[in-house]
Each structure stands twice: as C-alpha cells, then as structure tokens.
Design a protein around this ligand. Structure first.
Ligand code: CTP
Ligand code: MG
Length: 230
C-alpha cells in the first residue's frame, strides 16, 4: 500500500513564443479541449495524491472555470503563479508542495502523458529518489561551435531526449532548487540538471514514449492532432 504523498506539479505559465499564436499554446484546443486538460486528466486519474497547477495570474480564472471545475479535477489543490522562466515556475510549484514526499514535475504542454508512465515514474522515484523520463534519440546529434561548424559527434547510444515527468524526493529537489535560485548564476532548462549540478545526485532515466511530445512549434500541433485521433 502506498503511504508516501506524491504531488504532481503541472507547469502552464509559459507564453509559448515558438508557437507564435495569440493564445498561449497550453490553451489551444486539441479535439475540442484545451491542451492543458489532457495532462491534468492523466494526473487526476493516476495514483498521485494531489496536483499543483502553475499558471499566470491572468489565466487562473480560466483554468478554474473552464478546466478544473468543468472536468471536476478534484486533485488540483493549489493554483500558483509562475515566474518569467520555467525554472522559476518550478520553484513556485515546489514551494506550494511542502506536504509532499515526492513531486512529479510535468510540462502542461505534454498532453500525451498517461497513467502507465506516471505509475512507472512513481515506482522508480520511490526506489531511486530521482527519476527522469526520456527516449533514446533517433537522430545523430552533433555539437557545433558558435559559427555552426560541427566539432563533435557524441556516441548516439548514450544520448536520450529528456521528457517529463521528472520525479524527485521532495527534500532533495527543494534543497537543490533553493541553492540554484540563491546562486542565480545560470538558467537551467531541466530539473534533473538542477539536482545534478547542485548536489551531484544522479537521476535514473526510464523510457517514456515517442508520443510524449512537448507541443512547441506549429507542426507539433499537426502531430498532436494525429495522435489524438489514433
Ligand atoms: N513554463 C512555465 N513557466 C515559464 C516557462 C515555461 O510554466 N516561465 C511551462 C510551459 O507552460 C510549458 C513547459 O513549461 O508547459 C515547457 O516549456 P516550453 O515548452 O519552453 O513552453 P514556453 O516557455 O511557453 O514556450 P517558448 O519557450 O516557446 O516560449
Ligand atoms: Mg520556454
């Protein structure tokens, strides 16, 4: 029986610059429902105990009325304001989850997360303390210099594309974020990276799904529409 508390932190405070749409991408409609609905639904139906939603104050009302109340997402226990960068939004989410033993940090712009992957992440974080979901990269990755000349080709078998959720023991990730925020030296783009740089602690990579895309640019919406229909 599960005795530890698991909190999902769902991030939806970005402005979606690369999508180039008026409405932030997490509120664009996918099969008639806001993109954000899908991630919240997956966590609502999972074994997590509760959900912290991170959004901009100007969208709080919309999220409450049109998503949380409308679809009865009762596990959403807090809505907190995000920051100017993703890592600042994560930090605000972490501060609202002090009751958790483990947190699962998830991009609200990844609608294809499912209960099975959430369950596997919960399992592994309980054993390992830190768990990252990803997929082996399909393409060869080249490192380039500032003039875009290739300088290195890392061995592809060691390269994984990082997805979310990323799950952590609460005390570990809170301490790591606190340290990185206080130092203010760099802008991290990844939560396991924060943990690793602040504490040296490794995060276990588990295989997610090639469908678990982050809707980022307009063509991702076309792909998302295909996935949702089959
Ligand atoms: N995010 C957030 N707060 C921010 C930036 C991002 O909560 N200040 C969230 C986004 O809403 C998204 C997730 O983090 O669900 C992943 O970020 P990304 O795909 O980069 O979204 P945006 O930052 O909104 O898009 P862009 O980088 O194209 O502006
Ligand atoms: Mg961004």
């Amino acid at each position: 029986m599960k005795t530890k508390k698991y909190t999902a932190i769902v991030l939806a405070a970005g402005s979606g610059n690369r999508m180039k749409s008026e409405v932030p991408k997490q509120y664009l409609l996918l099969a008639g429902k806001p993109l954000l609905y899908y991630a919240l639904k997956a966590f609502e139906e999972s074994e997590v105990d509760d959900i912290v939603l991170v959004t901009t104050p100007s969208h709080e009302e919309y999220c409450k009325k049109e998503i949380i109340d409308r679809y009865r997402f009762d596990k959403v226990k807090a809505i907190v304001a995000g920051g100017d960068e993703r890592y600042l939004s994560v930090w605000n989410g972490i501060k609202a989850a002090t009751h958790a033993d483990y947190v699962l940090i998830h991009d609200g712009a990844r609608p294809f997360i499912d209960r099975d992957l959430i369950a596997r992440t919960m399992d592994v974080v309980a054993r390992e303390g830190a768990c990252t979901v990803g997929v082996p990269t399909k393409d060869t990755i080249r490192v380039v210099d500032s003039n875009h000349y290739g300088i290195r080709t890392p061995d592809r078998s060691t390269l994984w594309q990082v997805q979310t959720p990323q799950a952590f023991s609460y005390s570990m990730i809170a301490a790591a974020y606190e340290q990185v925020i206080a130092a203010g030296e760099y802008i991290p783009t990844d939560d396991a990276q924060v943990l690793e740089l602040a504490t040296g602690q490794k995060s276990k990579m588990i295989e997610g799904s090639y469908r678990n895309i982050k809707v980022t640019t307009p063509e991702d919406l076309l792909i998302a529409n295909c996935y949702i229909n089959g």
